[in-house]
Design a protein around this ligand. Structure first.
Ligand SMILES: *Cc1c(COP(=O)(O)O)cnc(C)c1O
Length: 383
């Protein structure tokens, strides 16, 4: 029988859980502009996720958070924004809005994060022409950012795209354990901590967050006097209400997501996929998984796997394929060699992950991968 297993089934908090906050909005008639609920939301995030160290500002989405962070950090005369090609195009779009040219760098095969050796080559070669470096913590991993911390201390601006890393920890700490500059998170409905639209910028530099908050409010200083370049990045009080209710549920959601990922791993192991060259994305820490990313063997193409799964009603994706440098807007952008990015983009499959997915459904998905594997082998033997 044809099943139907969607890739995502976002499940945000139900209205009963945030009604009490909506009452506050109705009473105070404050709807935005860093209101009471947004303040509570930021305070709780700082205390529950950052040990009250540093500062945070909510933003209306992570793309805007990246734009503001890049704009405020970049070298004024710099030209390039160095970033991996294996990221969501929002990273590159944000750089364009800041008047910069993306310079795409290959990833390492180990964890699919930007290759630091290649980054260093460009740092040595381009010097002050580099406006900013934007590493991405791939699929929520708590990548060690010490290399970038060091670069930042040497005067190279760095902004971290951690869109999918909110709630991921290593030894109890997030990415801020190894990096003190701006870190940008997304609260989009498709991320593990989804509130609809929203995001967060964290930094240990409190003055930076203060400045970002101003930039996100039209660059206003006192007396509604625009002092710096700005835009509107404010989160509504309605979104903050959903955010507050989401914080209550999130620790449990993270555990469920980790359990699902473990079940996939176990199931893949049981049917022997790892012995046939299949791999799971190697993440660092207790990751708040956004999806389950697997690599098919080198002799497979992800698109064939995805269409095979589709025939049995399973919806899978291929993030990030095409990689940024393969998308029309960026075909002429500067880039390093792209061997690993292109190899992984060809083989990547993101499997369904949503909180109510059942063990049977996971086994079914994995079973179909196994079936694909056997069929593939037959084709190779018969040809
Ligand atoms: C989701 C995502 C973004 C954009 O987040 P929004 O909140 O939707 O703007 C940026 N970068 C990466 C890597 C993402 O996965």
């Amino acid at each position: 029988m044809r099943k139907s297993i969607p890739f995502l089934k976002p499940n945000l908090v139900k209205k009963e859980t945030y009604m009490k906050y909506l009452d506050v909005i109705d009473e105070t008639r404050i709807y935005s502009n860093y209101g009471n609920l947004n303040t509570q939301f930021e305070k709780r995030i700082l205390s529950e996720y950052f040990q009250n160290k540093g500062a945070v500002s909510t933003v209306s989405n992570a793309t805007i958070g990246l734009m503001l962070s890049i704009m405020l950090s970049k070298r004024k005369k710099g030209r390039y924004a160095i970033m991996p090609s294996f990221t969501f195009s929002a990273t590159a779009q944000a750089a364009l809005w800041c008047g910069l040219e993306p310079l795409f760098i290959d990833i390492r095969s180990k964890d699919w994060c930007m290759d630091e050796k290649l980054v260093q080559n460009y740092v040595d070669k381009l010097g002050e022409e580099i406006a900013v470096i934007v590493p991405y913590a791939t699929f929520g991993t708590v990548v060690d950012l010490s290399y970038y911390q060091n670069l930042m201390e040497l005067g190279v601006p760095v902004v971290v795209d951690a869109a999918a890393s909110f709630g991921s920890t290593y030894d109890g700490l997030g990415l801020e354990a190894t990096f003190s500059g701006p870190i940008v998170y997304s609260f989009h409905a498709t991320k593990a901590f989804g509130i609809g639209e929203g995001g967060l910028v964290y930094s240990q530099d409190e003055a930076f967050i203060e400045q970002l908050r101003k930039a996100g409010n039209f660059g206003f200083g006192p007396n509604r006097n625009s002092e710096q370049i700005g835009l509107n990045s404010k989160l509504t009080e309605y979104a903050a209400a959903i955010g507050l209710a989401s914080l209550d549920k999130y620790p449990e959601k993270i555990l469920i997501r980790q359990e699902i990922r473990r079940k996939y791993e176990k199931s893949m192991k049981e049917v022997g996929l790892f012995d046939h060259g299949w791999q799971l994305h190697l993440t660092r820490g207790n990751v708040a998984h956004q999806n389950v990313s697997v690599l098919s063997p080198d002799d497979c193409n992800a698109i064939d796997v995805v269409s095979f799964l589709e025939q049995s009603g399973i919806e899978a994706r291929t993030y990030f394929s095409p990689a940024c440098h393969q998308q029309s807007l960026f075909l002429n952008s500067n880039k390093s060699i792209m061997e690993t990015t292109e190899n992984i983009a060809r083989r990547i499959i993101n499997l369904p992950l949503w909180e109510e997915i059942s063990d049977q459904e996971i086994d079914f998905v994995v079973g179909q991968l196994r079936l694909f594997q056997s069929k593939q082998k037959e084709v190779i033997i018969n040809s």
